[in-house]
Design a protein. Structure first.
Length: 255
């Protein structure tokens, strides 16, 4: 069944139509480059980081070539937003620092790979993950705020809760929250990056890593899905009339 891109504009299942027919073993490729790439970057210095840059970009290009129009829009939108967000949060604001004080080239495309992994994974998770994830995080958020060692976590949790309450891709946001938490724990344990204990310009505290850092990834996904919807609307206006035979199709499964 072919669904035109313009037909996805107002659909509440836009995220469900991305990567319906992914490359073979795509999840394992993505998991390997994320887990293995961070380990190489942490243990082999500059040569390791250069190797991971090449590896991550190669996998990103592989996804671009394997995906359709919608998937390519998602990949490049995520790449652009992540590059801007990382530059602002790390290099300008100083929320966290990478091990060499730079912004590694593998980081922005790495965000696109992680989002793709989330898109491929969330369909396998049960619906109750939507409410269980914030409920599981809530006691930590309350205690850490009360004790004063993660006061920024309350704000991040509110952002995540808003995405869950009002967003359309609820299960994707919950999945990304969990995936990003695992990656943050792994990356900070290896020493790829370190979160500053005080949020610059404020009195807010944060641990290394903040447990609710997944809120950033939820916002990233929300923005990417919004851009895809805007592109669909613009494509519809330019065509003047929706004609499924003229639109780049998205492959979806037959129900």
């Amino acid at each position: 069944m072919n669904v035109p891109l313009s037909a996805l504009e107002s659909s509440s299942t836009l995220h469900s139509n991305i990567w319906r027919t992914p490359p073979r073993h795509a999840e394992w490729h993505l998991l390997t480059v994320i887990v293995g790439g961070l380990a190489i970057d942490a243990h082999f210095g500059w040569p390791g980081q250069i190797a991971v840059n090449i590896w991550t970009i190669a996998v990103f290009v592989w996804l671009v070539r394997a995906g359709g129009y919608v998937e390519r829009c998602a990949l490049f939108a995520c790449l652009g937003i992540a590059a801007i967000g990382e530059a602002l949060c790390s290099l300008v604001w100083g929320l966290y620092d990478y091990q060499f004080g730079n912004l590694p080239l593998f980081v922005p495309p790495g965000h696109a790979l992680l989002m793709t992994l989330g898109v491929l994974s969330f369909r396998r998770l049960p619906q109750w993950i939507i409410w269980l994830t914030p409920l599981a995080a809530l006691p930590y958020v309350a205690v850490s705020w009360w004790q004063g060692w993660d006061t920024a976590g309350v704000l991040l949790f509110l952002v995540f809760a808003i995405c869950i309450a009002f967003g359309r891709a609820k299960r994707l946001y919950a999945t990304m929250f969990l995936l990003s938490l695992l990656m943050e724990i792994y990356g900070t344990w290896l020493g790829n990056w370190t979160w500053n204990p005080i949020v610059p310009g404020t009195n807010l505290t944060t641990p290394n890593p903040p447990i609710c850092a997944g809120a950033f990834y939820c916002v990233l996904d929300l923005l990417v899905l919004g851009i895809i919807a805007l592109l669909a609307k613009r494509r519809d206006k330019l065509s003047g009339q929706i004609n499924p035979t003229d639109c780049t199709p998205v492959q979806v499964e037959r129900s």
